[in-house]
Design a protein around this ligand. Structure first.
Ligand SMILES: C[S@@+](CC[C@H](N)C(=O)[O-])C[C@H]1O[C@@H](n2cnc3c(N)ncnc32)[C@H](O)[C@@H]1O
Length: 267
């Protein structure tokens, strides 16, 4: 049976499945974020944009911060409100949001959510929104794939990666292929899902901007941010992963990019 192409996303439409497929029982992502916030003396008000299931926002809340989690997916937001209470959860689009001028001391954007800004206009709108949201001296903390990793490296590209798992009694199999669209500067993902419940195969497509370290530095400067850190690790999704006490790296060669920037000018 040929796959049908779906606009929906099996993982972000099923937050429980998302957490099961990408477990973070020790809340490494949130602890790494809190470490960045403390290292640079961030104030208490934090916006987690692209908050997903809310697990990071809730951990930051439990660390004493006043957190707003924002996402475009109503399913993710409903899950977050139910399973990760504490923060306020709101619907917002990272392609342009207004949650109040100077309302936050930090904006955090984790697990490549920033790379859903595919075009330069979307990146500009995201950074303008962050600048409006932040109080003077506020921080932007980002954690994402590193576009520069793909320069000259093809190990993650073009060959399907197969994963199988059982969820709620159904066996799922996913075949994921990453390709580089050099013209759009996007990493495109095609994922074909099959399940043993008799349903037809579904093909899902998504993409991330391939953002390069110096390009990010330039964009941040253009929007009034000073880069405090820009490095490839250690972080929550590096190998080896970040541990308490690990200092930020200095290179930007590996497959994750970690950025901390401070708003130096007000609009
Ligand atoms: C890979 S998940 C990251 C979730 C969470 N930050 C984490 O680290 O676990 C990406 C999230 O971005 C959200 N998202 C995608 N496009 C968005 C947009 N334009 N505005 C806001 N959120 C968006 C998705 O709904 C999803 O919850």
């Amino acid at each position: 049976m040929p796959p049908t192409t779906a606009a929906r996303n099996l993982l972000t439409d099923n937050p429980e499945l998302y957490e099961a497929r990408f477990p973070d029982p020790d809340r490494l992502a949130a602890r790494w974020t809190e470490d960045c916030l403390r290292r640079h003396d961030a104030g208490p008000r934090v916006l987690d944009i692209g908050c997903g299931t809310g697990r990071d926002a809730a951990h930051l809340h439990s660390a004493g911060r006043r957190v707003t989690g924002a996402d475009l997916s109503p399913t993710m937001l409903a899950h977050a409100r139910l399973h990760h209470p504490g923060p306020e959860y709101v619907c917002a689009d990272l392609h342009g949001f207004d949650l109040g001028r100077g309302a936050f001391d930090a904006v955090v954007c984790l697990d490549s959510a920033l790379l859903y800004c595919h075009t330069n206009d979307q990146l500009d709108a995201f950074l303008s929104s962050c600048r409006r949201a932040l109080a003077p001296g506020g921080l932007l903390v980002g954690e994402m794939r590193n576009g520069a990793y793909f320069l000259g490296r093809t190990d993650l590209l073009d060959t399907p990666t197969v994963a199988s798992f059982v969820w709620q009694g159904t066996a799922y199999r996913s075949a994921t292929t990453l390709t580089v669209d050099r013209t759009a500067q996007l990493l495109r993902r095609t994922r074909v899902w099959t399940a043993d419940d008799g349903s037809a195969p579904v093909e899902q497509r998504s993409a991330w901007r391939l953002l390069f370290p110096q390009e990010l530095r330039h964009l941040l400067a253009a929007h009034g941010f000073e880069v405090l850190e820009l490095h490839d690790g250690a972080g929550p999704r590096t190998e080896p992963p970040w541990q308490e006490g690990r200092l930020p790296g200095e290179a930007t060669d590996a497959d994750r990019l970690h950025v901390v920037a401070r708003l130096t000018t007000t609009p």
